[in-house]
Write a protein that binds this ligand. Structure first.
Ligand SMILES: [Zn+2]
Length: 199
């Protein structure tokens, strides 16, 4: 039986689509001639892209060890957080935008993200922090609560899309690209809406 949060997430997911990059023509028009296209070309098409500082980007992605990105040389500031949550790294992103002139942000969620199943991690997390690391019950509970509130997601596609929208609100001068890293085949796909995926 699904709860209401699951149902809401499922409804949001139905509006979104994934567009793979099998050739240059698959890259969404808004990414052409931007660092997003360079990243997709390099990662998915084994292309070569060498960016200069004026065209570098911020990449926010998950800290999951399975994610190995092919990034243009010196082309990106990379921020990794659990679940690719951008909120805790807001000041870092702002620094790249305001001080380094970055105008492109890629937010990259991924399939099989542990932040989508934090419920099952709760007991082992608390047991380890309390018994092995010596943290108090309250401090351990508070830490796990923070983890769930800030980093946990229901669905990586929906979460990445919503976080991209949030980043657009924080940085209206920036192009923000929501992408999904598929740990099954290590490819990057573009998160877009259903009506745009077929074009
Ligand atoms: Zn993850």
């Amino acid at each position: 039986m699904c709860n209401s949060a699951d149902q809401t997430t499922a409804a949001k997911r139905q509006l979104l689509a994934l567009k793979a990059v099998c050739s240059n023509t698959d890259i969404l028009p808004e990414y052409l001639d931007t660092p997003v296209a360079d990243l997709l070309t390099m990662h998915d098409l084994d292309g070569v892209a060498e960016l200069d500082a004026s065209t570098s980007m911020v990449i926010v992605t998950c800290m999951d060890a399975r994610l190995v990105l092919k990034i243009p040389k010196e082309g990106a500031f990379v921020i990794r957080t659990a679940g690719a949550a951008p909120q805790p790294a807001l000041s870092n992103i702002a620094f790249a935008v305001a001080a380094a002139g970055v105008r492109t942000i890629c937010i990259i969620g991924h399939t099989d993200c542990a932040m989508a199943r934090t419920d099952v991690a709760r007991q082992p997390f608390l047991q380890h922090m309390i018994e092995a690391e010596g943290w108090s019950d309250n401090a351990s509970e508070a830490m796990f609560s923070d983890l769930q509130q800030i980093f946990a997601i229901h669905d990586p596609v929906v979460a990445t899309s919503e976080r991209a929208q949030w980043l657009r609100q924080q940085f209206p001068t920036c192009l923000v690209a929501p992408l999904l890293y598929q740990v099954e085949d290590h490819m990057l796909t573009q998160i877009t809406t259903n009506d745009r995926a077929a074009t």
